[in-house]
Design a protein around this ligand. Structure first.
Ligand SMILES: Cc1cc2nc3c(=O)[nH]c(=O)nc-3n(C[C@H](O)[C@H](O)[C@H](O)COP(=O)(O)O)c2cc1C
Length: 260
């Protein structure tokens, strides 16, 4: 059993990259992915248990809330959480804190991977992807040092009642949006999207992806398609993708990543 466990949810790879940076600072860490039900839920032997995840629709992504409920943690373990968001923190940290009381929590903004909503470059205040990455790297180093030093947050994460309501509507809005997922003529039938889908919601039919109804909106398929062949309606046809260049699709699909 590793000394530290970080539970991570990531769609376009930025949170996984950050979890890896924090893990390198902590040493001896298992990163357990929460894109689907976590491969390891018994974390009782870990000294430190962390969560690194993205804000989605103002709340927690996918089924993360249910997954966190299944995790067992020693009563004296140090717990921490880091949320990446594009514009606002939302209620995700608070939701985790209600299940696993957090010793330390924090957030960091990045460009938006919600490609159908806005070009990722539209950030306020404006940043380049390189500047956002540098900020995330600094934050990861800071989080690693604070966690090792046993930092305690004085306040609980914000409740953000409006965001809690908004995130409840996520399922319905995705059910509508998923009808617009389609492969364009650039598709080479490589099946990367099929491998990446945490819900097994994509299959190849005559060499082209066919999308089912259980999308949770991680957008790994859209962001990591090697030929940018997956669109969500017309709005994404000319929009630049924003996958994390330091994470590969194969890595994102792993269940547990160990960092020494
Ligand atoms: C479906 C979806 C919904 C999102 N909703 C929000 C949101 O409500 N607020 C926000 O600030 N960022 C939102 N984001 C942006 C992500 O939190 C941000 O881009 C994050 O860095 C993505 O991390 P990842 O690459 O590990 O998936 C959303 C992204 C996606 C794909």
């Amino acid at each position: 059993m590793s000394e530290n466990i970080i539970y991570c949810y990531s769609g376009a790879g930025h949170c996984l990259d950050m979890a890896k940076s924090i893990a390198r600072k902590l040493g001896d860490t298992d990163i357990v992915m929460m894109r689907s039900f976590p491969a390891k839920t018994d974390a009782r032997e870990a000294k430190r248990v962390g969560f690194v995840f993205s804000c989605m629709a103002g709340g927690l992504p996918g089924d993360v809330e249910e997954y966190v409920k299944a995790i067992q943690i020693a009563p004296d373990a140090y717990t921490f959480a880091v949320e990446q968001y594009a514009g606002y923190l939302g209620c995700g940290l608070r939701k985790i804190d209600e299940i696993v009381p957090l010793t330390y929590w924090t957030g960091i903004s990045n460009h938006s991977t919600a490609i159908w909503l806005m070009p990722h470059i539209l950030t306020f205040p404006p940043t380049t992807p390189a500047a956002a990455q540098a900020r995330i790297d600094r934050k990861a180093a800071e989080v690693g040092a604070l966690v090792l030093a046993g930092k305690r947050s004085e306040k609980r994460p914000p409740k953000e009642a409006a965001f809690a309501l908004m995130s409840k509507g996520l399922g319905k809005s995705h059910a509508r949006r998923v009808r617009k997922f389609a492969a364009n003529d650039k598709c080479i039938g490589c099946g990367t999207c099929v491998q990446l889908c945490p819900r097994e919601n994509i299959r190849l039919v005559e060499g082209r992806p066919s999308f089912g109804a259980s999308c949770m909106g991680c957008l790994s398929c859209v962001q990591f398609c090697p030929t940018q062949a997956i669109d969500i309606g017309k709005i994404t046809t000319k929009r630049e993708r924003f996958p994390c260049s330091r994470v590969t699709p194969a890595e994102l699909c792993q269940k547990i990543i160990h960092i020494d």
